[in-house]
Design a protein. Structure first.
Length: 126
């Protein structure tokens, strides 16, 4: 609430920001490796599924996966979340039906597990 009603951030916010800036090279290197690893993992996973296509992110953490399955993106995203604990945003929220938005910034082991679970859902729908 303080950030909304005050002209200055809190002291803890300042301390955390300063700590992050002090170690920015390590943070950037760590995050870059996570992103590269996850993009490679997603690329292999998508290539193994003829009904999926994508363009990997070139400068960020988000991509759209296009799918050929008999379900609209909101229903598919809801099913992934409720039955498989996988959070992929429905493409329809961004004007891209038959797509899911994928974020590649998660810890690689959790990311790979999410793809594995999504694969189970997709296999069931095929």
């Amino acid at each position: 609430m303080r950030d909304y009603i005050s002209l200055s951030p809190g002291k803890l916010n300042d301390a955390l920001a300063q700590l992050g800036m002090t170690h920015r090279d390590k943070i950037i290197a760590r995050n870059t490796e996570i992103i590269r690893s996850n993009i490679a993992t997603a690329g292999r996973w998508i290539a193994d599924r003829q009904f999926l296509t994508w363009s990997p992110p070139r400068g960020g953490l988000l991509a759209l996966i296009k799918y050929d399955l008999p379900l609209d993106s909101l229903s598919l995203a809801d099913r992934l979340a409720t039955e498989y604990s996988v959070m992929l945003a429905p493409g329809s929220a961004f004007g891209y039906e038959q797509h899911l938005r994928l974020g590649v910034g998660q810890r690689p082991d959790i990311f790979a597990k999410g793809l594995e679970e999504a694969g189970k859902c997709f296999q069931e729908l095929r």
